[in-house]
Design a protein around this ligand. Structure first.
Ligand SMILES: Cc1cc2nc3c(=O)[nH]c(=O)nc-3n(C[C@H](O)[C@H](O)[C@H](O)COP(=O)(O)OP(=O)(O)OC[C@H]3O[C@@H](n4cnc5c(N)ncnc54)[C@H](O)[C@@H]3O)c2cc1C
Length: 434
């Protein structure tokens, strides 16, 4: 098995080389690591393959930027399932309250919604990111965009494809703290004293995190990246798809594996997605992986009892059309369309039963590129308590590239911020020989 070549710290004589740290990946995890490091006195260079930083954070802002959740810490930590014991030290050290204080310290007031979800009042990420990048520039963090990490070169340096000519960082022109470097060409090799990798998962690859790093850590155990908080494929009829693609299913309940989740979903061209689906997506994904299609149960009127629905729907229809009859039960057109779809597919259950427990046959998770987040990543056994690769002293990891998953609700960003901070502290401890 190929092992990653060792990197010697750079004591080349450049001032501060012994405390030089490369942070690769400018998402929330990498940016938080950079902040902790710069505050701790490290000389930080943050590199990212994209022309600007925090692109996924900005997209998360389109949904209001659900930063974290207000529930008590034990319940909060339980959301990470099997990864909870590994994430607990990082989240306990930088918990939701600390994240809220940090956000407010950047001038972004927060509020907690009725569901316990915490958002910035601005309900977007751009003001937060702008102020954060300005703070990092003030702390002396050098930002290099359009620098794609390629792994280690033969001399053990970090290799980057860059838009500029070959050279050392010190010999390169001004630092672009707000993210847009001029186009350039040629490779770059860096030998920092320590490195933080915060390269993200593989969802929404056009935002930068494409999961290509999984090929760059030979000898390191990595659980395959899989879609998390994702939609699922359903073989809609052409008639149903054409009429209802893109339409929401509001105030529904979705059940699978003994769990029922109230919320919303959206019919897509190829299946179904949205909050209620995402909440069950880990269990659905694993059930499909274990043996093929699974059937979830969709309740189109969770607020009405089965008996009340049976009284309205299961008697004779008189001369009424099926659609009018279903309308009497308060069903919107998309729900009526679903019942008709089920009847055409040969379902013979009484109407009330179809409305309360519509069988939804899910064929496969939607591709990871469309998922909100990724499951899988670098195995916890590869890391020590400082988030440093055991096989590779001096290389620290943070964020979604680690092997955890969580539902939506602020748990994703919280874990990224907390592990970023933990990796930053880990580097400082390591550099100071602790
Ligand atoms: C539509 C959408 C909405 C979301 N909404 C929320 C929400 O409201 N709340 C929540 O908690 N979470 C949300 N998330 C999830 C959250 O945004 C991510 O979990 C989080 O951004 C991951 O942070 P990260 O720093 O680990 O990785 P990323 O944010 O993915 O950043 C990784 C960075 O690494 C860079 N990179 C990757 N490979 C290389 C390389 N080889 N060389 C150099 N740079 C590289 C990338 O360009 C990228 O900038 C949402 C996600 C999506 C897609």
């Amino acid at each position: 098995m190929t092992r990653i070549p060792p990197v010697e710290p750079d004591f080349s004589g450049e001032p501060g080389a012994a405390r030089s740290v490369a942070v690769i990946g400018g998402g929330p995890a990498g940016l938080m690591a950079a902040e902790v490091l710069a505050r701790g006195g490290a000389n930080v260079t943050l590199l990212d393959r994209m022309p600007s930083l925090g692109r996924k954070l900005l997209i998360a802002g389109r949904g209001g930027l659900n930063l974290t959740h207000g529930e008590a810490l034990p319940a909060f930590l339980a959301r990470y399932g099997e990864a909870a014991p590994h994430l607990t030290p990082a989240i306990a050290t930088f918990p939701p309250a600390a994240l809220v204080a940090w956000c407010e310290g950047l001038g972004q007031e927060t509020f907690t919604g009725s569901s316990g979800r915490v958002f910035p009042r601005a309900l977007k990420a751009s003001p937060l990111l702008r102020t954060w990048l300005a703070r990092l520039a003030g702390l002396g963090v050098a930002i290099r965009t359009r620098h794609r990490w390629l792994g280690w070169d033969a001399a053990g340096g970090l290799a980057f494809a860059t838009p500029e000519a070959t050279g050392t960082l010190a010999s390169r022109g001004p630092i672009h703290a707000f993210g847009r470097s001029p186009p350039a060409t040629g490779p770059l090799s860096l030998r920092p004293a320590a490195t933080v990798l915060a390269l993200g998962g593989a969802s929404w690859p056009r935002l930068g995190s494409d999961g290509a790093w999984t090929a760059l850590l030979p000898g390191v155990a990595i659980a395959p990246l899989r879609p998390a908080n994702c939609g699922f494929t359903i073989a809609w009829s052409e008639v149903f798809r054409r009429r209802f693609e893109g339409q929401p299913l509001k105030r529904i309940a979705l059940g699978f594996g003994g769990r029922v989740v109230r919320g919303e979903a959206v019919v897509t061209a190829t299946g179904i997605e949205g909050g209620a689906v995402y909440a069950l997506s880990a269990a659905l994904r694993e059930a499909i992986a274990a043996g093929g299609p699974v059937v979830a149960s969709l309740d189109l009127r969770p607020d009405l009892s089965a008996a009340a629905l049976a009284a309205r729907l299961d008697g004779p229809r008189g001369g009424q059309s099926l659609a009018n009859h279903l309308r009497r039960a308060g069903l919107p057109p998309i729900a009526i369309g679903l019942v008709q779809e089920a009847l055409h597919a040969g379902e013979t259950a009484p109407l009330s039963r179809l409305v309360k427990a519509m069988p939804l046959r899910l064929l496969a998770p939607q591709p990871i590129a469309r998922a909100i987040s990724s499951a899988g990543g670098v195995a916890w056994a590869e890391l020590d308590a400082r988030f440093m690769l055991r096989a590779r002293p001096g290389i620290f990891l943070a964020g979604e590239m680690l092997d955890w998953e969580a539902p939506t609700g602020g748990y994703l960003l919280q874990a990224c911020f907390s592990t970023g901070a933990a990796a930053g502290r880990g580097v400082l401890d390591w550099l100071s020989g602790r």
